[in-house]
Design a protein around this ligand. Structure first.
Ligand SMILES: Nc1ncnc2c1ncn2[C@@H]1O[C@H](COP(=O)(O)OP(=O)(O)OP(=O)(O)O)[C@@H](O)[C@H]1O
Ligand SMILES: [Mg+2]
Length: 442
């Protein structure tokens, strides 16, 4: 039986009401050892990975399948998809095997695994090359492969894991620029290529698409839904740089001094708050990002007051340009730590330069699940004006509120560090890092 046939049988037995789409059947029935799936957001990529892992485990008793995700949270979520399928199947009678498959879940901090009645195991791992290296696997799936901060390390860990067993490798992702392992796999010719466009996944309704169109910027839409690999030419923050700052330390509790940046919404009526803490080695760790959309200023004010009460920041930098002035004025009357920042071109440039240097020096830590922040950072551009000066901004019609909120928080932290001589301090980091060379492959 073809894999798609068995997959459909499982879905029917679990009474999901789901009929596999054409792209899913093509993907499931492709016997190639190396496959790559380029997909729009939300089409069912992770779902298909979980389903296929189950199918392959049933077809090959005693096999080992690894599901690799870019963050701890994602790996748990992927595993939850698998568990949902398994529990729906529990008690269901599958006529083809005449055997009841019992599932045994072992949940631990860093890995999650299930063992089927036929001895096959499926293990869901977060982004951890050492853990991957520890296994000999029959099949490895890398979900959202474009989102890995250390994708080439993962690549070199996967290779030894699948040799010897003629293991298969599948990369599934929405594109993230013309860079990295996923793009390399897609363009190398060595992988069997598949696509899943949102028009081939009708569970995404016209209403949802319309909502997404409004919520996403043009560039985000092209990338996330039209599956375009965007080029990095004008990017201030290339993906390689952004992903090098991603860290799994996502604790909401801060122990070091806290700095907050508040970008007051103009474009789309949303205000973004970023809180970061300074760690002992000087790294600024983003631990809280909050978007207030469609909330009036009075409510915004009380949210910020509550946050300040809870986090006790050393400093809160608020954008007081234009519409931000009112919020700045009321808050500065109530909180001692408020600083107002007026976004002139020079101020903005200095903030961005500081953020950039910090990132190059490896002194910024951002959470892997901060997709909106990551996308906005990537979209941020350096544009030459007709006079020859540089302007830093989101492309036309796009948002930079997450970026500016972060830049404000970083600016506040760095100002406090050097008592006003922030730029020289940050440039020193940059030079240090350039001298030391990069750990990423070119
Ligand atoms: N053939 C199908 N028919 C109907 N619904 C489906 C089908 N395949 C998948 N789905 C549904 O699509 C939804 C999205 O699935 P999933 O989260 O796996 O997508 P994804 O591509 O991984 O999304 P993201 O880009 O957010 O990671 C799920 O609710 C899943 O049940
Ligand atoms: Mg997914």
């Amino acid at each position: 039986m073809r894999r798609s046939g068995l997959a459909q049988l499982l879905l029917d037995a679990a009474e999901t009401g789901i009929r596999l789409y054409k792209w899913q059947r093509r993907w499931l029935d492709d016997d190639a050892r190396f496959r790559v799936l380029l997909k729009s957001r939300g089409v069912g990529g992770s779902f298909t990975v979980a389903l296929e892992a189950l199918v392959e485990s049933l077809l090959k008793p005693g096999s080992l399948t690894l599901l690799v995700s870019y963050s701890q949270r994602q790996s748990l979520e992927l595993f939850r998809k698998l568990r949902t399928m398994l529990s729906a199947l529990e008690g269901a009678s599958l006529s083809w095997a005449g055997e009841v498959y019992r599932s045994v879940a072992v949940s631990a901090e860093t890995k999650t695994q299930v063992e089927l009645g036929n001895g096959s195991r499926i293990i869901s791992l977060p982004n951890n090359p050492d853990a991957i290296r520890g296994y000999r696997s029959d099949s490895v799936y890398v979900d959202e492969a474009g989102m890995f901060r250390n994708d080439f390390e993962v690549k070199s860990a996967v290779a030894p894991s699948i040799v010897g067993r003629s293991g298969r490798l599948s990369l599934v992702s929405t594109p993230k620029g013309r860079r990295g392992w996923f793009y390399e796999a897609w363009s190398s010719g060595a992988f069997s290529r598949h696509t899943a466009h949102y028009t081939e996944a009708p569970h995404i309704t016209a209403g949802e698409l319309e909502g997404l169109r409004k919520a996403l910027t043009e560039l985000e839409w092209l990338q996330e839904m039209e599956t375009e690999f965007l080029d990095e030419a004008n990017a201030v923050f290339p993906y390689e740089l952004i992903l090098s700052c991603v860290s799994e330390n996502t604790s909401e509790a801060a122990t070091g001094p806290v700095y907050v940046g508040v970008d007051v919404g103009r474009l789309r009526d949303s205000t973004v708050i970023t809180a970061l803490e300074r760690l002992e080695d000087g790294t600024l760790r983003v631990f809280h990002v909050q978007e207030l959309r469609g909330i009036d200023f009075q409510a915004q004010e009380s949210i910020i007051l509550n946050l300040a009460e809870r986090l006790r920041p050393v400093s809160i930098a608020i954008d007081r340009t234009g519409i931000g002035l009112a919020l700045y004025e009321t808050l500065s009357g109530k909180l001692p730590a408020v600083e107002g920042v007026t976004f002139t071109r020079n101020v903005k440039e200095a903030l961005i330069a500081t953020l950039h240097s910090l990132m190059k020096g490896g002194k910024l830590s951002i959470p892997p699940d901060g997709r909106e922040l990551i996308n906005q950072l990537r979209a941020f551009q350096r544009v030459e004006t007709p006079s020859g000066a540089a302007k830093y901004e989101a492309p036309r019609g796009q948002h930079d509120d997450y970026v500016m909120s972060l830049a404000l928080a970083v600016g506040a932290a760095v100002r406090r560090l050097g008592g006003g001589v922030m730029v020289s301090r940050v440039w020193a980091w940059r030079e240090a890092s350039e001298g030391g060379g990069s750990t990423l492959p070119p």
